[in-house]
Ligand binder design. Structure first.
Ligand code: VG1
Ligand code: CO
Length: 599
């Protein structure tokens, strides 16, 4: 192949957010939009991470991924994969062609361009090529929980996204994402191997090409092999298998048509013996079946119905255990504090102890209580998994969690939805090791959760999301809250005027984080109001949306009194909700009388 230099000019707004660059599909389809970002990334890396390097390129399979990996110069609608992939004449690769032109030695692509975010992390860390080569980074094509597809249906934004992960398998830290952004503002040209023939990404194997600087390979492989191997080294599959094959235990896993489906069958059915019927929506789709691949009680409707939690309960016995994944399979509906509290005895990987635990700032402080009682090192970081990476690399932290149902450990450098399910199953298997055979009832997730609350107290917790709010108004609301913080007595006067039955606000601030490993500082990470009884109100602007602003309001109340831990969460939190809405003048600023989603 030949290398051509293409002239380009900067495009506004390519600043990576919480987890990479996420924009509407139609924004990504603008000429040079993807190319500029990819080249800005190459230019932000040290030369040895590009020249002669091995890179992973894959994602959650959402619409436009195949174009991004291998671009088809056809009008929309004519595009038909994989038959076109084989006609190697008129296709233009974007990332692969740019990688080749930048002197990358080889690109590893997941079969059909599919790879979950945790699997990418595992592949960077664990996989070796036939010649012993190791990957030093990855382009992950995902907008995770944001819907996808070619066109907006009922004005739901359809998004595409791209992020770069480093040689430790974790998302690029802010020092790199800032550099990428700076580069997008000055970019003038990028090299591309326009005539590089296309590769059939549905067929496993290596294709080699010859370029001006030598050989370039594209290797297609199934990352489920690497991922399963890693999971087997962490968990006792035998004991989980025993649990899953017991007639007393039923299970349900909803992949919401995201990439988790590419792993679920292999792990849960083939390796662990679950029934086929345990899998819901496990066929990955470009548009997630028209759904919203966000695993919460609002969007995981089918699972919620099967669990008998929703109004549309179809009757019959609900499964013992249910879980759902997001689009890129790094999250699910399971919480971290309980994993941390039980990990050492239930999960072989942790048998020698936990190095420490961490959570993101808005996440429930339930983990803090466990850390204190087990005497574990504890860290509070800003939102986004990239902040956990340094702690893990420095051996300071084993288990991490975020409020949005993202959990994971230092086996990789991303959150990991399937890991979290296996962790829970390990805990269940451990608690039931004597009751699995015989007539005794199984210990359920609910039993474990109640036991946990009885031991550690309960953190009532909820998140209100106001999606697609006018960006200017959202900013004004945040500024209003920052201004209020200058006088705590004034805040308390307002609070007491709203409800007299809540504790005093003891302090308030804008969260700022100093990384204990490299000393880097991240500012403006959300506004906190902390109450004397441990309750908290947190306000922040989402960094993953693609339209307007999303305000997230996190409300938390800690209850140690065992007689008060069984209340309904929304009812227990209603005084604080009232205060949060009035203190922030939510309706006044946003014009919204109710949030878009409550989780
Ligand atoms: C949200 C979540 C955050 C998570 C991030 C990426 O961010 O709140 O906990 O790390 O999504 O998750 P924000 O900035 O919108 O609040 V994923 O699974 O969508 O990559
Ligand atoms: Co995700």
């Amino acid at each position: 192949f030949k290398v051509t230099l293409v002239s380009t000019s900067p495009i506004d707004g390519q600043k990576p957010g919480t987890s990479g660059l996420r924009k509407k599909v139609k924004v990504f389809k603008q000429p040079n939009y993807l190319e500029n970002f990819v080249q800005a990334t190459f230019n932000a890396l040290t030369p040895e991470k590009v020249k002669g390097a091995t890179l992973v390129v894959s994602g959650d399979g959402r619409y436009y991924s195949k174009d991004a990996v291998q671009y088809f110069a056809f009008e929309e609608g004519l595009y038909n994969f994989p038959s076109l992939a084989k006609s190697a004449t008129v296709t233009y690769l974007i990332i692969i062609k740019m990688a080749a032109a930048n002197g990358v030695r080889r690109v590893w692509v997941g079969k059909n361009t599919l790879m979950s975010t945790p699997a990418v992390s595992a592949v960077i860390r664990e996989r070796s090529g036939a010649d012993g080569s190791k990957a030093t980074g990855a382009f992950i094509l995902t907008a995770s929980h944001n819907p996808g597809g070619p066109t907006e249906v009922r004005s739901v934004s359809v998004d595409f996204g791209i992020k770069y992960n480093m040689e430790n398998g974790g998302p690029a830290p802010e020092s790199i994402t800032d550099k990428i952004y700076e580069n997008t503002k000055t970019i003038k040209e990028y090299p591309i191997a326009e005539d590089l023939p296309n590769v059939d990404v549905s067929a496993i194997g290596v294709t080699s090409f010859e370029g001006p600087e030598g050989k370039f390979d594209v290797e297609v492989f199934d990352s489920a092999d690497d991922y399963v191997k890693l999971m087997k080294s962490i968990f006792g599959f035998e004991s989980i298998r025993k649990l899953l094959s017991s007639p007393k235990f039923t299970f349900c896993y909803d992949a919401l048509h995201g990439v988790a489906g590419a792993y679920a069958h292999r792990i849960f059915v083939e390796e662990l013996g679950a029934q086929e019927s345990a899998l819901l929506n496990c066929v990955p789709k470009e548009d997630f079946g028209g759904g919203h691949p966000d695993p919460n009680l609002t969007y995981a409707k089918e699972l919620v119905a099967r669990m008998g939690l929703g109004k549309s309960d179809t009757g019959g016995e609900p499964p013992e255990f249910g879980a759902a994944a997001d689009g890129d399979a790094d999250r699910n509906m399971i919480l971290v504090a309980i994993i941390a509290a039980n990990a050492i005895e239930a999960i072989p990987y942790f048998s020698s102890g936990l190095k420490g635990v961490a959570r993101s700032m808005p996440t429930s402080a339930a983990l803090d209580v466990v850390a204190k009682s087990l005497n574990l090192k504890f860290f509070e970081v800003p939102t986004g998994w990239k902040f956990f990476g340094n702690l893990m690399d420095a051996g300071m932290c084993s288990v991490c969690g975020e409020e949005s149902f993202g959990t994971g450990s230092d086996h990789i450098r991303e959150k990991d939805g399937i890991w979290a399910v296996l962790a829970w199953m390990s805990i269940l298997a451990h608690k039931n090791k004597d009751s699995i055979d015989g007539d005794t009832k199984l210990v359920t997730v609910e039993d474990i959760v109640r036991q946990h609350w009885a031991t550690y107290g309960r953190h009532y917790y909820t998140r209100y999301d106001y999606e697609n709010v006018d960006a200017g108004k959202a900013k004004e609301l945040m500024e209003h809250l920052v201004k209020l913080q200058s006088s705590i007595p004034e805040v308390n006067k307002i609070v007491k005027g709203i409800r007299s039955d809540v504790a005093n606000v003891s302090s308030a601030d804008e969260f700022e984080y100093k990384d204990p490993v490299d000393g880097s500082i991240s500012k403006h990470q959300g506004i906190r109001y902390l109450f004397e009884d441990g309750s908290r109100l947190v306000f922040r602007l989402s960094g993953t949306g693609s339209e307007g602003a999303t305000i997230r309001l996190y409300i938390e109340q800690y209850e140690k009194d065992a007689s008060k831990i069984g209340r309904e969460s929304q009812e227990a939190l209603s005084p604080l909700v009232d205060i949060a809405l009035k203190l922030s003048k939510m309706e006044e600023f946003t014009g919204r009388s109710a949030p878009t989603v409550i989780t």
